[in-house]
Design a binder for this molecule. Structure first.
Ligand SMILES: Cc1cc2nc3c(=O)[nH]c(=O)nc-3n(C[C@H](O)[C@H](O)[C@H](O)COP(=O)(O)OP(=O)(O)OC[C@H]3O[C@@H](n4cnc5c(N)ncnc54)[C@H](O)[C@@H]3O)c2cc1C
Length: 467
């Protein structure tokens, strides 16, 4: 087994031979990025072997792992020691470094914030080819606070320390039904303030059918449900008021059906489920199918034959809780995608706020996740619905994740994501621009066909260039 120190030394030697980290981007086996991008021709450095869990210190509440470690591996290693990362994003293939660079979230975020809020130290490979240890209070604290939402454009996280919390064997759930959006968000706000629970998220199924799910660690449960094969978690929310899962199954409750997006590949049909089998019912399989579809244009062709125009709307946006009901009304009226995932997020501490992800301060935000294709008979400008969402999010004081399509004008983008602070970070840590620019990476269109009507990117090979 190569240790982290050895991998780091090998990387430093390779980079020195290559005269710095010029034109670097990273190779990974999986990706949860959802933007259509052609290969930009940059030289890829393979960092996929930085994928080991290094140390679990349950007593100190810390796990140390390499940047490309998947949360599945991280959760398994920590659960074996009776502990779990404070925030575990819902998809097994999301990596620790990717979740910091791309803003990871889960039902524990009302307590612990976003994934980057749980990080205590990170080693970053910068654009100059140096590997710097960054903490909230050392000389590289600007980079520490700048990494969230930087999408690899300030450097790649090679090793991170993340906070963990004690885990118990099971998680007990209670699903509460609500009919009125104002009362629904008021209830979520009260639950965030009261504490006494470990997890809190929700689902909106229709204008008058929304659920909040309260989760608590428990030592044991009389009976535990299994949503990894024949049964489907999101459906259970409407069917039962209480439930219990093992802690591991709880962490991956959304992964088996990619929330509900497995419907797009027919995987919610009982026969298809049996054919796929437990092992293949997961977000990694669905990503592969969606990427294949994007590459071969099957959905595009089907839409043309049906005479419909399609726009992919795959978004996660964070709205201050006081404006959440207004945003939900907008989604119902102007977008029409259902279900919608709801997840409250603790307000960031002023001193620890992520430089490039300006989440509202003072009160919790609500993450709205909605992922589907919107179709019309009439042609519309590319990105019309996504654009309307961006404007609404900004008007309500919210902030949008950048893992999928964005349509911001450049000045508008930088008025949200702090141009001056980003420019200062780039001057210091990537002066030659080897790692690319955030706006170009997250908004710039490499493919002319911005609204392809598919909901997955078209990688150039099955191995993902996660540039
Ligand atoms: C359909 C869908 C659902 C999602 N649902 C959730 C969810 O439920 N919960 C959640 O938390 N998030 C969710 N996300 C967002 C996800 O957390 C981010 O997209 C995250 O960046 C993915 O991490 P990854 O490891 O797969 O990174 P990738 O997708 O491989 O890369 C994402 C970006 O991060 C950069 N990057 C990757 N690794 C590193 C590193 N080590 N250091 C610095 N930069 C790096 C890459 O260059 C790239 O720009 C979802 C995304 C999609 C598409």
């Amino acid at each position: 087994m190569t240790t982290y120190a050895e991998k780091k030394a090998q990387l430093e030697a390779r980079l020195a031979g290559a005269h710095g980290a010029a034109s670097v981007s990273v190779r990974k086996d999986t990706s949860n990025r959802f933007r259509d991008r052609a290969d930009d021709g940059r030289r890829r450095i393979d960092l996929s072997h930085f994928n080991g869990v290094l140390r679990v210190d349950a007593a100190a509440g810390i796990v140390e792992a390499e940047g490309m470690t998947t949360y599945e591996a991280l959760a398994d290693a920590t659960l074996a020691c009776g502990t779990v990362p404070a925030v575990v994003p819902q998809l097994k293939s999301i990596t620790l470094g990717g979740a910091v660079a791309g803003v990871g979230i889960e039902a524990s975020s009302f307590l612990h914030g976003l994934v980057h809020d749980t990080i205590t130290s990170v080693d970053v490979l910068t654009g100059t080819g140096q590997i710097l240890t960054c903490t909230p209070d050392n000389e590289h604290r600007d980079l520490f606070h700048g990494l969230a939402n930087s999408y690899g454009t300030l450097g790649y996280a090679l090793k991170l320390s993340a906070r963990t919390v004690p885990a118990r064997r099971c998680v007990e759930l209670r699903h509460e039904r609500h009919q009125d959006p104002a009362a629904y968000f008021a209830r979520i706000g009260r639950l965030c303030a009261e504490g006494g629970i470990d997890f809190l998220d929700g689902v909106v199924f229709s204008r008058d059918e929304m659920y909040v799910t309260l989760g608590r660690f428990v030592d044991d449960a009389r009976e535990v449900s299994d949503y990894g094969f024949e049964r489907i978690y999101y459906r259970s929310i409407r069917e039962r008021q209480t439930d219990a899962l093992t802690t591991r199954d709880f962490l991956w409750r959304w992964d088996s059906d990619w929330f509900w997006c497995s419907k797009n590949v027919g995987a919610q049909h009982p026969l298809v489920r049996r054919l796929l089998g437990r092992r293949r019912l997961n977000s990694i399989t669905y990503q592969k199918i969606m990427r294949w579809n994007a590459r071969h244009g099957v959905t595009r062709l089907w839409n043309r034959l049906r005479g419909v125009h399609a726009e992919s709307v795959i978004q996660d946006v964070d709205i201050p809780i006081g404006r959440a009901a207004e945003f939900l009304a907008f989604l119902h009226a102007e977008v029409g995608i259902l279900p919608i995932w709801i997840c409250p997020i603790r307000a960031p501490d002023a001193a620890q706020r992520a430089t490039l992800y300006p989440l509202a301060q003072g009160s919790p935000s609500i993450n709205f996740g909605f992922w589907d294709v919107v179709t019309t008979r009439q042609p519309r400008p590319a990105g019309c619905v996504n654009r309307a969402i961006e404007r609404k999010v900004t008007a309500l004081g919210g902030v949008k994740s950048l893992y999928s399509d964005s349509y911001f004008a450049e000045d508008e983008f930088w008025s949200i994501y702090d141009r001056d602070a980003y420019a200062a970070l780039k001057r210091k840590y990537d002066p030659e621009g080897a790692l690319g620019d955030l706006y170009a990476k997250c908004v710039g269109r490499v493919r002319a066909d911005a609204s392809s009507g598919t909901s997955a990117p078209a990688p150039s090979s099955t191995r993902t260039s996660s540039g």
